[in-house]
Design a protein around this ligand. Structure first.
Ligand code: UDP
Length: 328
């Protein structure tokens, strides 16, 4: 019998790559998406149920129709800068919607839950090696909202037997090397796609957000992980839950940090083009450095990132960038 997995945000950047990986692993991904930030064109690997997580009756109907063995919950607002300007939007869209989803899953008896969390839950911890045991002290509403959802999952674990695998992502980059899906946001706010826009003249320049951070070159340092590697970990997390191994938290990064200037230099090398830049002010809510110090996903899940070089991520993103984008 087909094993359905309910994928919220299956029309988004990471969710669409997860659907492809799930299908390759023998599951049927059922996308649940409102298309507020996702794309119909990105739903290619299984059925689509259009709907909003705020709509509990719709969620109940979808659980009843597909009887999923698990939920993978990607749907969320995820922009640090926006979350600082409009925190209410983040608490409502992320926390209240997730509560609805968790309650619907528990009511339907669908008790295996894979959750897309973030290293933004750690905040700005100068010099601390970040891993699953690091205390979470978010400095923006996005990180705060994700930490709250992690807390809810633990509470429903105790009360309803919900089993969760929580993945705290570092900076997700790259695109499907086969070009079926890719990174595309509107508006775009992420470093690598904005830089590629600046390289091919779609934007006048990339603004570097702050060059006075306490880092060697003054720009923020991030740990970039390839989206295909990231979603492979999700399939392993799902299999972990299916094997009855219980709730866990994993950081997903490569453990290597790159400054904004280093990402720019690598992009120049990969594309063989100049990157027009202007120096700008810091973006509120940005931590100076976020780099994973964890090997737990590799040790425990057997996760082996295959596209861990930043140049591979940029090359895959560049290929996708040049091939076009979604219409809707
Ligand atoms: N960044 C930048 N200019 C931009 C977009 C991002 O300098 O136009 C910086 C940002 O300050 C951060 C890093 O690039 O240090 C990665 O930002 P992104 O928005 O891609 O991901 P985030 O770290 O916010 O999840």
């Amino acid at each position: 019998m087909a094993k359905h997995v309910l994928v919220t945000g299956g029309g988004g950047y990471i969710g669409s790559h997860a659907c492809k990986a799930l299908r390759a692993a023998g599951y049927v991904p059922v996308t649940y998406d409102s298309f507020v930030t996702g794309w119909c064109d990105a739903v290619r690997f299984g059925p689509l149920e259009e709907g909003d997580l705020a709509d509990r009756a719709r969620l109940d109907a979808v659980f009843a129709k597909w009887q999923p063995v698990a939920v993978m919950h990607f749907a969320a607002l995820s922009l640090v800068g926006e979350s600082m300007q409009d925190p209410g939007k983040y608490w409502r869209a992320n926390v209240i919607s997730s509560l609805n989803l968790i309650e619907a899953a528990c009511a339907a008896g669908c008790l295996d839950f894979v959750f897309s969390s973030t290293c933004a839950t750690y905040g700005d911890q100068d010099g601390v090696v970040l891993d699953e045991t690091t205390p979470q002290r978010p400095i923006n509403a996005y990180g705060g909202s994700k930490r709250a959802i992690e807390d809810m999952l633990r509470d429903f674990g105790l009360s309803h037997g919900l089993r969760s695998v929580i993945f705290r992502y570092f900076n997700v980059a790259g695109s499907d090397p086969e070009g079926e899906v890719g990174e595309f946001h509107r508006p775009e706010t992420h470093l690598i796609p904005l830089m590629l826009d600046a390289i091919d003249g779609k934007r006048p320049a990339l603004t570097v957000f702050g060059s006075d951070y306490p880092t060697p070159d003054g720009t923020c340092i991030r740990d970039y992980v390839h989206v295909c590697d990231l979603v492979d970990a999700h399939v392993l997390g799902l299999q972990w839950l299916e094997a009855g191994k219980g709730s866990e938290v994993f950081c997903l990064g490569t453990g290597q940090g790159f400054s904004v200037r280093e990402v720019i230099a690598q992009s120049r090398a990969v594309t063989n083009r100049e990157v027009p830049i202007v120096e700008g002010a810091r973006r509120p809510g940005d931590a100076a450095m976020l780099v994973s110090g964890s090997t737990k996903a590799t040790r425990v899940l057997g996760w082996t990132p295959k596209r861990a070089d930043l140049s591979t991520m940029i090359a895959d993103a560049w290929r996708w960038h040049q091939s076009g984008h979604y219409e809707r």
